[in-house]
Design a protein around this ligand. Structure first.
Ligand code: KIV
Length: 279
């Protein structure tokens, strides 16, 4: 089956229709096994450009390429049957013009089977969002802390406090009016996230925002405790797989050095006598 023929139970129109209902559940994924684990539990799965930091050890998301997104997008698609697949447009793949954005969004969707793309930016991306939507590309917007802009934002700070709030609200309205089917609100004050959720007609997906958003998303390696370089305040760790994994690796190393692994149950017997060297 080609990637473009892929079909999951949920579509962007279903996500849009979920506004104001049971909160939407979402996580990022970058590999097939992770996607399989979350398929039953998530409404949509995002192949986030966080893949650069989480799996490739990059210092930020700025070095993530289209090739990386296609590779991980295909892997995640193989693990999903029910949850909708959304894929991030990497830095530099959409900001130049609506035409550039369409070319790269179409490639991501055609090669991975994703049902939608996500891109960062508020009012200044509205024309691009409208251009994409008019040409069959469903867009999830992403405002507040937009990690691809850390160099202009001055770091990973909370966005939309005090006199920045109105501009963020205007950005949310602009992406909704442009036709985005949902919008990620990252690291914004809870009262502002609640106000945006009340004032726009598309679902808000919170990450470091508010429990009042229409849905939530987390980076899966953060919530499983696999990514331990740092832990943002908004992350709740539901497991400690990083620590558990390192303890398991240490136990394996000790077993190998003590010749207690492999044990009887891990090796193969041969009933035929072992022949000595030919004389
Ligand atoms: O890249 C990513 O993982 C994201 C989510 C955290 C929203 O954009």
């Amino acid at each position: 089956m080609s990637a473009t023929a892929r079909k999951t139970a949920l579509m962007p129109t279903d996500i849009l229709a979920a506004k104001g209902g049971t909160p939407l559940v979402s996580l990022t994924a970058y590999t097939t096994p992770m996607a399989r684990m979350m398929d039953e539990h998530c409404d949509f799965v995002l192949v986030g450009d966080s893949v650069g930091m989480v799996l490739h050890g990059l210092p930020s998301t700025l070095g993530v390429t289209m090739e990386m997104m296609v590779l991980h997008g295909k892997a995640v698609a193989r693990g999903l049957q029910k949850a909708m697949l959304v894929i991030d447009m990497p830095f530099g793949s959409y900001e130049e013009s609506p035409e550039q954005a369409f070319r790269n969004a179409a490639r991501l969707m055609a090669e991975t089977g994703a049902a939608a793309v996500k891109l960062e930016g508020g009012a200044h991306m509205a024309d691009t969002i409208a251009f994409l939507v008019a040409r069959g590309v469903p867009v999830m917007a992403h405002i507040g802390l937009t990690p691809q802009s850390i160099n202009t934002l001055g770091g990973y700070k909370v966005q939309g406090r005090a006199d920045e709030a109105e501009a963020l609200l205007a950005g949310a309205r602009a992406v909704a009016d442009a036709g985005a089917f949902s919008v990620v609100l990252e690291k914004v004050p809870a009262n502002l996230a609640d106000r945006i959720t009340a004032e726009i007609a598309i679902p808000t997906i919170g990450i470091g925002a508010s429990a009042g958003c229409d849905g939530q998303i987390l980076v899966v390696d953060d919530m499983l405790g696999l990514f331990t370089a740092f832990k943002p305040k908004f992350v709740k760790r539901y497991a400690t797989l990083g620590e558990d994994g390192e303890a398991a690796i240490a136990a394996y190393a000790a077993d190998v050095r003590a010749r207690s692994f492999p044990a009887e149950e891990h090796i193969f017997a041969d009933t035929a006598p072992v022949k000595g060297p030919a004389s």
